[in-house]
Design a protein. Structure first.
Length: 206
């Protein structure tokens, strides 16, 4: 019997998932939680085999909860179940230790197969997620910032505007914008704030 814990901040979603597995012979929902902190506690206390984890929740989000679970209960397999499939959502979740990543439009049969596969230690990825990961692997220099890009990112983290960063590095504003776009692409983010947050997460910033 696969022991499943559902972690999602929407009660209706949790109820729907509970109903989905209600009549499944080899899977039982042993607990649920409305945020990451509760999810880590419940999954650990209930010896979960698989945890269905939402990404965006109040308090501890799904990425942080996944990392915490991998540290506290390495036997629990985390299967992300979310509505978000951008590269900036997918990569941190996989890096945190999630064994799979599915979208909430998955059919019940797909979900059951995914839970069983996760319990066996097999990775399960939605097609769009696979495309993101393949693109990341194929992209030259993916995820690796040059020394100049790190300098630009550090200046942005210090609150400098594009003009101030350009003056500090003795280059044009257009060059700063180009460096920023390369930084966004490599870190899988879309804006300055996300780039800074990801830079600290990857320990690229001091």
């Amino acid at each position: 019997m696969i022991r499943l814990v559902v972690v999602d901040d929407h009660p209706i979603v949790r109820g729907g998932l509970r109903d989905t597995f209600a009549d499944v012979e080899d899977i039982v929902v042993v607990g649920e939680a409305g945020n990451g902190d509760e999810g880590v506690e419940r999954a650990t206390a209930l010896a979960a085999d698989v945890v269905l984890m939402d990404l965006r929740m109040p308090g501890m989000d799904g990425v942080a909860a996944t990392a915490a679970l991998r540290a506290r209960a390495p036997g629990a397999r985390v299967l992300i179940l979310t509505t978000f499939d951008s590269e900036s959502d997918v990569l941190p979740a996989i890096e945190a230790g999630a064994i799979g990543y599915l979208l909430k439009d998955a059919l019940p049969d797909e979900l059951m197969r995914a839970v069983r596969a996760a319990a066996r230690g097999e990775s399960v990825l939605a097609p769009s997620v696979t495309q993101h990961l393949m693109g990341q692997v194929r992209r030259p220099g993916a995820g690796t910032l040059t020394d100049r890009e790190k300098e630009v990112l550090q200046l942005v983290a210090n609150g400098r505007s594009n003009r101030e960063a350009a003056a500090a590095l003795f280059i044009g504003e257009a060059s700063i914008k180009t460096h920023l776009q390369h930084i966004y692409d490599k870190l899988g983010v879309r804006d300055r704030a996300s780039a800074v947050a990801e830079g600290y997460r990857r320990r690229l910033l001091t």
